[in-house]
Ligand binder design. Structure first.
Ligand code: PLP
Length: 451
Protein backbone atom coordinates (compact mmCIF):
# COMPACT_ATOMS: atom_id res chain seq x y z
CA UNK A 1 0.00 0.00 0.00
CA UNK A 2 1.34 3.42 -0.91
CA UNK A 3 0.22 6.66 0.64
CA UNK A 4 -1.82 7.45 -2.47
CA UNK A 5 -3.77 4.18 -2.44
CA UNK A 6 -4.46 4.03 1.32
CA UNK A 7 -8.07 4.41 2.48
CA UNK A 8 -9.21 7.32 4.62
CA UNK A 9 -9.30 5.07 7.69
CA UNK A 10 -5.80 3.75 7.07
CA UNK A 11 -4.48 7.28 6.64
CA UNK A 12 -6.30 8.47 9.75
CA UNK A 13 -4.73 5.67 11.79
CA UNK A 14 -1.30 6.39 10.37
CA UNK A 15 -1.68 10.08 11.06
CA UNK A 16 -2.55 9.44 14.69
CA UNK A 17 0.42 7.14 15.13
CA UNK A 18 2.84 9.51 13.40
CA UNK A 19 1.53 12.48 15.35
CA UNK A 20 2.23 10.62 18.57
CA UNK A 21 5.75 9.79 17.38
CA UNK A 22 6.24 13.44 16.45
CA UNK A 23 5.01 14.60 19.88
CA UNK A 24 7.51 12.25 21.49
CA UNK A 25 10.30 13.76 19.39
CA UNK A 26 9.22 17.29 20.34
CA UNK A 27 9.43 16.35 24.00
CA UNK A 28 13.10 15.42 23.59
CA UNK A 29 14.11 19.02 22.80
CA UNK A 30 16.66 17.97 20.17
CA UNK A 31 19.20 20.24 18.52
CA UNK A 32 20.63 18.47 15.47
CA UNK A 33 21.86 19.66 12.09
CA UNK A 34 21.74 17.97 8.68
CA UNK A 35 22.56 21.07 6.63
CA UNK A 36 26.31 21.12 6.61
CA UNK A 37 28.26 19.59 3.76
CA UNK A 38 31.38 19.72 5.86
CA UNK A 39 34.05 17.17 6.72
CA UNK A 40 33.81 15.81 10.26
CA UNK A 41 36.56 16.30 12.86
CA UNK A 42 37.74 12.73 12.26
CA UNK A 43 38.26 13.62 8.60
CA UNK A 44 40.11 16.82 9.46
CA UNK A 45 42.38 14.82 11.75
CA UNK A 46 43.59 12.81 8.74
CA UNK A 47 45.58 15.85 7.62
CA UNK A 48 47.37 16.53 10.90
CA UNK A 49 50.62 15.79 9.04
CA UNK A 50 50.31 19.15 7.27
CA UNK A 51 51.63 20.73 10.45
CA UNK A 52 54.98 18.98 10.18
CA UNK A 53 55.23 18.49 6.41
CA UNK A 54 57.66 21.38 5.92
CA UNK A 55 59.92 20.79 8.91
CA UNK A 56 61.48 24.21 8.49
CA UNK A 57 62.31 23.76 4.78
CA UNK A 58 60.47 26.45 2.85
CA UNK A 59 62.46 26.27 -0.38
CA UNK A 60 60.75 25.39 -3.64
CA UNK A 61 62.47 23.02 -6.07
CA UNK A 62 63.78 26.06 -8.01
CA UNK A 63 65.21 27.56 -4.83
CA UNK A 64 62.52 30.24 -4.31
CA UNK A 65 61.69 30.97 -0.66
CA UNK A 66 57.94 30.21 -0.39
CA UNK A 67 57.60 32.58 2.58
CA UNK A 68 58.11 35.66 0.44
CA UNK A 69 55.91 37.65 -1.96
CA UNK A 70 55.16 36.66 -5.53
CA UNK A 71 53.99 33.77 -7.69
CA UNK A 72 50.45 34.92 -8.39
CA UNK A 73 49.52 31.74 -10.25
CA UNK A 74 50.82 29.52 -7.45
CA UNK A 75 54.01 27.52 -6.95
CA UNK A 76 55.08 25.25 -9.83
CA UNK A 77 54.87 22.14 -7.63
CA UNK A 78 51.24 22.84 -6.70
CA UNK A 79 50.28 23.72 -10.29
CA UNK A 80 51.73 20.39 -11.39
CA UNK A 81 49.87 18.60 -8.58
CA UNK A 82 46.56 20.27 -9.53
CA UNK A 83 47.19 19.38 -13.17
CA UNK A 84 47.74 15.75 -12.21
CA UNK A 85 44.49 15.64 -10.20
CA UNK A 86 42.46 17.24 -12.98
CA UNK A 87 44.21 15.57 -15.93
CA UNK A 88 45.53 18.85 -17.38
CA UNK A 89 48.88 20.45 -18.09
CA UNK A 90 50.46 22.68 -15.39
CA UNK A 91 50.44 25.81 -17.60
CA UNK A 92 46.64 25.64 -17.65
CA UNK A 93 46.33 25.54 -13.85
CA UNK A 94 46.60 28.27 -11.25
CA UNK A 95 46.57 27.61 -7.52
CA UNK A 96 44.91 29.94 -5.05
CA UNK A 97 43.95 30.14 -1.40
CA UNK A 98 41.54 27.92 0.45
CA UNK A 99 38.42 28.72 -1.58
CA UNK A 100 37.66 27.65 -5.14
CA UNK A 101 34.35 29.48 -4.76
CA UNK A 102 36.31 32.72 -4.51
CA UNK A 103 38.15 31.89 -7.75
CA UNK A 104 34.83 31.19 -9.47
CA UNK A 105 33.44 34.47 -8.19
CA UNK A 106 36.51 36.42 -9.25
CA UNK A 107 36.64 34.88 -12.71
CA UNK A 108 32.93 35.34 -13.32
CA UNK A 109 32.99 38.91 -12.06
CA UNK A 110 35.99 39.61 -14.31
CA UNK A 111 34.24 38.19 -17.39
CA UNK A 112 31.04 40.02 -16.53
CA UNK A 113 32.37 43.50 -15.84
CA UNK A 114 35.73 43.78 -17.62
CA UNK A 115 35.70 40.99 -20.17
CA UNK A 116 37.84 37.88 -19.82
CA UNK A 117 39.03 38.10 -23.43
CA UNK A 118 40.22 41.69 -23.45
CA UNK A 119 38.58 44.98 -24.47
CA UNK A 120 35.10 44.59 -25.93
CA UNK A 121 34.46 41.21 -24.33
CA UNK A 122 32.53 42.32 -21.22
CA UNK A 123 29.25 40.38 -20.91
CA UNK A 124 27.66 43.24 -19.05
CA UNK A 125 28.49 45.80 -21.76
CA UNK A 126 27.12 43.53 -24.47
CA UNK A 127 23.88 43.06 -22.53
CA UNK A 128 23.53 46.80 -21.82
CA UNK A 129 23.93 47.60 -25.50
CA UNK A 130 21.03 45.23 -26.21
CA UNK A 131 19.05 46.59 -23.25
CA UNK A 132 18.94 43.10 -21.80
CA UNK A 133 20.50 41.04 -19.03
CA UNK A 134 23.30 38.48 -19.05
CA UNK A 135 21.96 34.97 -18.49
CA UNK A 136 23.34 31.71 -17.14
CA UNK A 137 22.16 28.13 -17.42
CA UNK A 138 21.74 26.40 -14.08
CA UNK A 139 21.25 22.62 -13.96
CA UNK A 140 18.88 21.85 -11.07
CA UNK A 141 18.97 20.78 -8.36
CA UNK A 142 22.38 22.40 -7.96
CA UNK A 143 24.80 24.13 -5.62
CA UNK A 144 23.18 27.15 -3.98
CA UNK A 145 26.35 29.25 -3.84
CA UNK A 146 26.72 29.17 -7.62
CA UNK A 147 23.27 30.68 -7.83
CA UNK A 148 24.10 33.29 -5.21
CA UNK A 149 27.02 34.52 -7.33
CA UNK A 150 24.70 35.06 -10.32
CA UNK A 151 22.09 36.72 -8.15
CA UNK A 152 24.63 39.09 -6.68
CA UNK A 153 25.93 40.12 -10.11
CA UNK A 154 22.43 40.55 -11.52
CA UNK A 155 22.79 37.62 -13.93
CA UNK A 156 19.48 36.02 -14.83
CA UNK A 157 19.33 32.28 -14.17
CA UNK A 158 17.63 29.72 -16.39
CA UNK A 159 17.00 26.34 -14.71
CA UNK A 160 18.03 23.27 -16.72
CA UNK A 161 16.72 19.76 -15.93
CA UNK A 162 19.51 17.54 -14.54
CA UNK A 163 19.22 13.77 -14.99
CA UNK A 164 21.37 10.74 -14.22
CA UNK A 165 23.61 11.40 -17.26
CA UNK A 166 23.96 15.14 -16.64
CA UNK A 167 22.09 18.24 -17.84
CA UNK A 168 19.44 17.88 -20.57
CA UNK A 169 21.72 18.78 -23.50
CA UNK A 170 18.89 19.14 -26.05
CA UNK A 171 17.49 21.87 -23.84
CA UNK A 172 20.92 23.44 -23.26
CA UNK A 173 21.79 23.54 -26.96
CA UNK A 174 18.42 25.01 -27.90
CA UNK A 175 18.81 27.71 -25.25
CA UNK A 176 22.29 28.85 -26.25
CA UNK A 177 21.38 28.84 -29.93
CA UNK A 178 18.38 31.04 -29.23
CA UNK A 179 19.98 33.63 -26.99
CA UNK A 180 23.49 35.04 -27.47
CA UNK A 181 23.38 36.64 -24.01
CA UNK A 182 23.51 33.26 -22.31
CA UNK A 183 27.14 33.53 -21.26
CA UNK A 184 27.71 30.47 -19.13
CA UNK A 185 26.57 27.28 -17.48
CA UNK A 186 27.25 25.95 -13.98
CA UNK A 187 28.25 22.30 -13.82
CA UNK A 188 29.27 20.00 -10.96
CA UNK A 189 30.22 17.17 -13.29
CA UNK A 190 31.37 14.55 -10.79
CA UNK A 191 29.53 13.31 -7.69
CA UNK A 192 27.40 16.41 -8.07
CA UNK A 193 26.03 18.55 -5.26
CA UNK A 194 23.34 17.49 -4.38
CA UNK A 195 22.35 14.55 -6.63
CA UNK A 196 25.67 12.66 -6.68
CA UNK A 197 25.53 12.21 -10.46
CA UNK A 198 28.58 12.02 -12.73
CA UNK A 199 28.11 13.25 -16.30
CA UNK A 200 28.22 10.67 -19.09
CA UNK A 201 30.82 10.80 -21.90
CA UNK A 202 28.11 11.85 -24.33
CA UNK A 203 27.13 14.83 -22.18
CA UNK A 204 30.78 15.90 -21.76
CA UNK A 205 31.35 15.72 -25.52
CA UNK A 206 28.27 17.80 -26.23
CA UNK A 207 29.27 20.22 -23.50
CA UNK A 208 32.68 20.70 -25.18
CA UNK A 209 30.87 21.78 -28.36
CA UNK A 210 28.85 24.47 -26.58
CA UNK A 211 31.32 27.39 -26.77
CA UNK A 212 31.09 27.19 -30.57
CA UNK A 213 27.29 27.07 -30.51
CA UNK A 214 26.83 29.87 -27.96
CA UNK A 215 27.34 33.63 -28.13
CA UNK A 216 30.79 35.22 -27.82
CA UNK A 217 32.91 34.63 -24.70
CA UNK A 218 30.72 31.82 -23.36
CA UNK A 219 32.22 29.94 -20.39
CA UNK A 220 31.48 26.51 -18.95
CA UNK A 221 32.06 26.67 -15.19
CA UNK A 222 33.13 23.08 -14.53
CA UNK A 223 33.21 22.87 -10.74
CA UNK A 224 35.00 19.60 -10.06
CA UNK A 225 34.73 20.01 -6.28
CA UNK A 226 34.27 16.24 -5.76
CA UNK A 227 36.92 15.06 -8.22
CA UNK A 228 38.53 12.54 -5.87
CA UNK A 229 35.65 11.83 -3.49
CA UNK A 230 34.20 8.43 -4.42
CA UNK A 231 32.15 6.34 -2.00
CA UNK A 232 32.52 3.26 -4.21
CA UNK A 233 35.73 1.35 -4.85
CA UNK A 234 35.66 1.76 -8.61
CA UNK A 235 34.22 5.18 -9.44
CA UNK A 236 32.87 5.91 -12.90
CA UNK A 237 35.50 7.97 -14.75
CA UNK A 238 34.66 11.44 -16.03
CA UNK A 239 35.68 12.22 -19.59
CA UNK A 240 38.06 15.20 -19.81
CA UNK A 241 36.10 18.31 -20.81
CA UNK A 242 39.31 20.18 -21.55
CA UNK A 243 40.57 17.29 -23.71
CA UNK A 244 37.36 17.30 -25.74
CA UNK A 245 37.24 21.09 -25.97
CA UNK A 246 40.88 21.30 -27.07
CA UNK A 247 40.20 18.80 -29.84
CA UNK A 248 37.51 21.16 -31.13
CA UNK A 249 39.47 24.36 -30.52
CA UNK A 250 37.00 25.40 -27.81
CA UNK A 251 39.38 25.39 -24.83
CA UNK A 252 38.91 29.12 -24.18
CA UNK A 253 35.31 28.34 -23.18
CA UNK A 254 36.33 26.04 -20.32
CA UNK A 255 36.93 27.10 -16.70
CA UNK A 256 37.60 24.20 -14.34
CA UNK A 257 37.79 24.63 -10.57
CA UNK A 258 38.49 22.37 -7.63
CA UNK A 259 40.03 22.50 -4.16
CA UNK A 260 41.29 20.49 -1.23
CA UNK A 261 38.45 21.70 0.98
CA UNK A 262 37.15 18.17 1.49
CA UNK A 263 40.57 16.58 1.16
CA UNK A 264 42.60 18.35 3.87
CA UNK A 265 41.19 21.30 5.79
CA UNK A 266 38.18 23.19 4.41
CA UNK A 267 39.32 26.38 6.10
CA UNK A 268 43.01 26.06 5.23
CA UNK A 269 43.32 24.18 1.96
CA UNK A 270 44.35 25.17 -1.55
CA UNK A 271 42.22 25.77 -4.64
CA UNK A 272 42.66 25.34 -8.39
CA UNK A 273 41.39 27.18 -11.44
CA UNK A 274 42.25 25.79 -14.87
CA UNK A 275 41.55 27.28 -18.26
CA UNK A 276 43.21 27.95 -21.61
CA UNK A 277 46.63 29.55 -21.13
CA UNK A 278 45.60 32.80 -22.85
CA UNK A 279 42.66 33.08 -20.42
CA UNK A 280 44.97 32.45 -17.49
CA UNK A 281 47.31 35.24 -18.57
CA UNK A 282 44.41 37.70 -18.75
CA UNK A 283 43.09 36.58 -15.36
CA UNK A 284 46.56 36.91 -13.81
CA UNK A 285 46.81 40.49 -15.05
CA UNK A 286 43.37 41.24 -13.61
CA UNK A 287 44.18 39.69 -10.22
CA UNK A 288 47.50 41.49 -9.97
CA UNK A 289 45.66 44.68 -9.03
CA UNK A 290 44.36 42.95 -5.91
CA UNK A 291 47.19 40.73 -4.68
CA UNK A 292 50.90 40.00 -5.01
CA UNK A 293 50.73 36.30 -4.43
CA UNK A 294 48.82 33.52 -2.60
CA UNK A 295 49.84 31.59 0.51
CA UNK A 296 52.68 29.64 -1.07
CA UNK A 297 53.76 28.07 2.23
CA UNK A 298 50.40 26.31 2.45
CA UNK A 299 50.68 25.21 -1.17
CA UNK A 300 54.14 23.77 -0.52
CA UNK A 301 53.10 21.87 2.59
CA UNK A 302 50.16 20.37 0.72
CA UNK A 303 52.46 19.09 -2.01
CA UNK A 304 54.98 17.74 0.51
CA UNK A 305 52.20 16.12 2.53
CA UNK A 306 50.75 14.19 -0.44
CA UNK A 307 53.94 13.82 -2.53
CA UNK A 308 51.99 12.57 -5.54
CA UNK A 309 48.69 11.21 -6.82
CA UNK A 310 49.22 7.85 -5.09
CA UNK A 311 49.60 9.67 -1.77
CA UNK A 312 46.38 11.55 -2.46
CA UNK A 313 44.50 8.37 -3.39
CA UNK A 314 45.59 6.63 -0.19
CA UNK A 315 44.43 9.66 1.78
CA UNK A 316 41.03 9.72 0.06
CA UNK A 317 40.56 6.04 0.85
CA UNK A 318 40.78 6.98 4.56
CA UNK A 319 38.07 9.59 4.02
CA UNK A 320 35.95 6.98 2.27
CA UNK A 321 36.24 4.62 5.23
CA UNK A 322 34.93 7.36 7.53
CA UNK A 323 32.13 8.47 5.19
CA UNK A 324 30.89 5.10 4.00
CA UNK A 325 29.23 4.00 7.28
CA UNK A 326 27.34 7.31 7.40
CA UNK A 327 26.02 6.98 3.86
CA UNK A 328 25.22 3.30 4.41
CA UNK A 329 23.35 4.12 7.59
CA UNK A 330 21.36 6.81 5.78
CA UNK A 331 20.51 4.51 2.87
CA UNK A 332 19.42 1.63 5.07
CA UNK A 333 17.32 3.87 7.33
CA UNK A 334 15.58 5.50 4.36
CA UNK A 335 15.04 2.10 2.73
CA UNK A 336 13.65 0.56 5.92
CA UNK A 337 11.25 3.39 6.69
CA UNK A 338 10.20 4.78 3.31
CA UNK A 339 10.69 2.20 0.56
CA UNK A 340 7.48 1.34 -1.29
CA UNK A 341 5.39 3.97 0.49
CA UNK A 342 5.26 6.40 -2.42
CA UNK A 343 6.30 9.28 -0.18
CA UNK A 344 9.86 10.01 -1.26
CA UNK A 345 12.56 9.10 -3.77
CA UNK A 346 16.20 9.67 -3.03
CA UNK A 347 19.61 9.43 -4.68
CA UNK A 348 22.13 6.69 -3.95
CA UNK A 349 25.34 8.61 -4.62
CA UNK A 350 28.55 6.88 -5.62
CA UNK A 351 30.54 9.82 -4.26
CA UNK A 352 30.37 13.36 -2.97
CA UNK A 353 28.77 14.74 0.16
CA UNK A 354 25.00 14.68 -0.25
CA UNK A 355 21.80 12.71 -0.65
CA UNK A 356 19.15 14.42 -2.74
CA UNK A 357 15.54 13.67 -1.78
CA UNK A 358 12.33 14.23 -3.73
CA UNK A 359 9.27 14.31 -1.49
CA UNK A 360 5.73 14.63 -2.87
CA UNK A 361 5.14 17.92 -4.74
CA UNK A 362 4.41 20.83 -2.44
CA UNK A 363 5.76 19.16 0.70
CA UNK A 364 9.47 20.03 0.89
CA UNK A 365 8.95 23.25 2.84
CA UNK A 366 6.43 21.52 5.13
CA UNK A 367 8.90 18.73 5.92
CA UNK A 368 11.71 21.21 6.59
CA UNK A 369 9.38 23.18 8.86
CA UNK A 370 8.24 20.10 10.80
CA UNK A 371 11.84 18.95 11.23
CA UNK A 372 12.93 22.44 12.30
CA UNK A 373 10.26 22.59 14.99
CA UNK A 374 11.45 19.19 16.19
CA UNK A 375 15.02 20.47 16.52
CA UNK A 376 16.50 19.06 13.29
CA UNK A 377 17.85 21.69 10.96
CA UNK A 378 17.58 20.83 7.27
CA UNK A 379 18.85 22.81 4.25
CA UNK A 380 16.00 25.24 3.46
CA UNK A 381 13.56 24.00 0.86
CA UNK A 382 14.30 25.62 -2.49
CA UNK A 383 17.99 26.21 -1.69
CA UNK A 384 19.06 23.93 -4.54
CA UNK A 385 17.26 26.11 -7.13
CA UNK A 386 17.93 29.59 -8.58
CA UNK A 387 16.25 32.32 -6.53
CA UNK A 388 15.48 29.59 -3.91
CA UNK A 389 12.38 28.69 -5.91
CA UNK A 390 11.79 24.99 -6.39
CA UNK A 391 8.75 25.00 -8.69
CA UNK A 392 7.66 21.62 -7.34
CA UNK A 393 8.63 22.36 -3.73
CA UNK A 394 9.88 18.78 -3.56
CA UNK A 395 13.70 18.74 -3.29
CA UNK A 396 15.48 18.39 0.06
CA UNK A 397 19.26 18.07 0.37
CA UNK A 398 20.63 15.90 3.18
CA UNK A 399 24.24 16.25 4.31
CA UNK A 400 25.24 13.19 6.32
CA UNK A 401 29.00 13.81 6.57
CA UNK A 402 29.42 16.08 9.57
CA UNK A 403 27.43 14.67 12.54
CA UNK A 404 28.75 11.72 14.55
CA UNK A 405 26.95 8.53 13.60
CA UNK A 406 24.59 8.41 16.61
CA UNK A 407 23.46 11.99 15.97
CA UNK A 408 23.05 11.28 12.29
CA UNK A 409 20.80 8.32 13.07
CA UNK A 410 18.65 10.35 15.43
CA UNK A 411 18.35 13.25 12.97
CA UNK A 412 17.43 10.95 10.09
CA UNK A 413 14.80 9.21 12.23
CA UNK A 414 13.20 12.61 12.84
CA UNK A 415 13.45 13.44 9.14
CA UNK A 416 11.63 10.28 8.03
CA UNK A 417 8.91 10.81 10.64
CA UNK A 418 8.38 14.31 9.25
CA UNK A 419 8.28 13.04 5.66
CA UNK A 420 5.67 10.44 6.60
CA UNK A 421 3.60 12.83 8.68
CA UNK A 422 3.57 15.51 5.99
CA UNK A 423 2.72 12.95 3.29
CA UNK A 424 -0.16 11.36 5.22
CA UNK A 425 -1.64 14.71 6.19
CA UNK A 426 -1.34 15.91 2.62
CA UNK A 427 -3.25 12.87 1.34
CA UNK A 428 -5.98 13.30 3.97
CA UNK A 429 -6.35 16.89 2.92
CA UNK A 430 -6.21 16.36 -0.84
CA UNK A 431 -8.23 13.20 -1.21
CA UNK A 432 -10.62 13.41 1.71
CA UNK A 433 -10.98 17.13 2.28
CA UNK A 434 -9.70 17.03 5.83
CA UNK A 435 -8.58 20.53 6.58
CA UNK A 436 -6.18 22.49 8.74
CA UNK A 437 -9.16 23.99 10.58
CA UNK A 438 -9.54 20.76 12.48
CA UNK A 439 -6.05 21.27 13.78
CA UNK A 440 -4.82 19.64 16.91
CA UNK A 441 -1.88 20.87 18.88
CA UNK A 442 0.79 20.62 16.18
CA UNK A 443 -0.85 19.64 12.94
CA UNK A 444 -4.17 19.47 11.27
CA UNK A 445 -5.53 16.50 13.15
CA UNK A 446 -5.39 16.00 16.86
CA UNK A 447 -3.38 12.95 17.78
CA UNK A 448 -5.58 10.18 19.14
CA UNK A 449 -5.49 9.97 22.90
CA UNK A 450 -2.78 7.71 24.20
CA UNK A 451 -4.01 4.21 24.98
N1 PLP B 1 31.65 23.67 -5.22
C1 PLP B 1 30.78 22.77 -4.77
C2 PLP B 1 29.97 21.99 -5.73
C3 PLP B 1 30.61 22.57 -3.40
O1 PLP B 1 29.72 21.68 -2.96
C4 PLP B 1 31.38 23.32 -2.50
C5 PLP B 1 31.22 23.19 -1.05
O2 PLP B 1 30.31 22.60 -0.56
C6 PLP B 1 32.29 24.26 -3.02
C7 PLP B 1 32.40 24.41 -4.38
C8 PLP B 1 33.13 25.11 -2.13
O3 PLP B 1 34.45 24.96 -2.48
P1 PLP B 1 35.61 25.75 -1.73
O4 PLP B 1 35.62 25.31 -0.32
O5 PLP B 1 36.83 25.34 -2.48
O6 PLP B 1 35.31 27.22 -1.87
Amino acid sequence: MTVSTATEQQLTDQEAELSRAYEDILAKGLSLDLTRGKPSSAQLDLSAGLETALAGDYALADGTDSRNYGGLLGIPEARAFGAEILGLSPEEVMVGGNSSLLLMYQYLDFAHRDGAAGPGSSWQDEARAANERVKFLCPVPGYDRHFTICEQLGIEMIPVPLGGEGPDMDFVEAQVAGDLLIKGIWCVPRNSNPTGHTYSDKVVTRMAELPARAGANFRIFWDDAYAVHPLVEKPRPLLSLMGEARRLGNQAGVVITSSTSKITWAGAGISFLATATENLRAFEKHLSAAMIGPDKVNQLRHVRFFRNLDGLSAHMEKHRQILLPKFELAQSLLERTLAGKGMMEWSQPEGGYFISCEVLPGLASKVVELAGKAGVKLTPAGATFPYRRDPEDSNIRLAPTFPPIAELEEALAVFVTCVQLASVRDQLSRRFGRSEQRAGQHGFLAAAPRP
